[in-house]
Design a binder for this molecule. Structure first.
Ligand SMILES: *Cc1c(COP(=O)(O)O)cnc(C)c1O
Length: 240
């Protein structure tokens, strides 16, 4: 299967998931996760019509992003989806358009400060750990519906981030744990969507984006309201 065949079958899956819940397919953005793969594969995906790519390592992106950009008429939109080290914040704001992985206040402040220095505004999604899994990054959102302390801390942190001048908070992101049956992820995605709705109404703000769903679980994420799915293996194959 070629990259363009893979993209076509992911797009078919997106269309079926959308039709199951009465959504329009153009409400779901496919972010192709190109981490570990060379520029040539990204260029193939661009030829097949993709416009959005996700990377998770700054060092790798410093070479790849300019290599790809200089070979195409219109540079794609670059999404950073990995954990950000403080000392790399300036590189993230310089190279990327959207950050999905704002997982602590300190890094949100750094990104806004570096954006200010570089005269850039970064679109940002707040990463929430809904599942409570220890291994996951993100603000704690486990049981936010019933745990008042979790809820208070989350609300306070989000208010703080909304005030940062060079960070444009566009929504929420989560990662589900790996399960054998993708159906098991549904409450996690539904919980993130519910949290988004609650934040919008209680804070009177717009949080249009929900970044959720990967190769293993994106159809369920779409059914639960994902506006961005981050798909790597289903497009580029297994990583080394
Ligand atoms: C690697 C990665 C993905 C893509 O995972 P696949 O299983 O290859 O689709 C999505 N989101 C994040 C945060 C990742 O690190």
């Amino acid at each position: 299967m070629s990259i363009s065949d893979n993209i076509a079958s992911v797009q078919d899956e997106i269309a079926s998931a959308c039709s199951r819940v009465g959504r329009n397919t153009d409400t779901v953005k496919l972010v192709a996760v190109s981490k570990t793969h060379p520029p040539e594969m990204i260029l193939e995906a661009i030829d097949a019509g993709l416009t959005d790519f996700g990377e998770n390592r700054v060092e790798e992106s410093q070479k790849k992003v300019p290599q790809v950009n200089e070979q195409v008429a219109n540079a794609p939109t670059w999404h950073f989806i990995g954990h950000i080290q403080s000392r790399k914040a300036a590189d993230v704001t310089a190279l990327f358009d959207v950050v999905h992985s704002v997982d602590r206040i300190k890094i949100a402040r750094y990104l806004s400060d570096k954006g200010q220095e570089q005269d850039r505004h970064l679109s940002a999604l707040i990463e929430i750990n809904i599942s409570g899994e220890d291994a996951k990054y993100g603000f704690n959102g486990y049981n936010w519906q019933i745990d008042q302390r979790v809820r208070d801390a989350l609300w306070q942190n989000i208010r703080t981030m909304l005030d940062l001048p060079h960070l444009d908070i566009r929504g929420l992101m989560t990662m589900a744990p790996f399960y054998d049956k993708m159906e098991t992820t549904r409450p996690i995605f539904a919980g993130l969507a519910e949290l988004r709705d609650e934040l919008q109404s209680s804070l009177g703000i717009a949080l249009p984006e929900l970044s959720m769903g990967m190769t293993n679980d994106y159809p369920v994420a779409i059914e639960e309201g994902a506006t961005m799915i981050r798909v790597g293996r289903a497009i580029f194959g297994e990583r080394q």
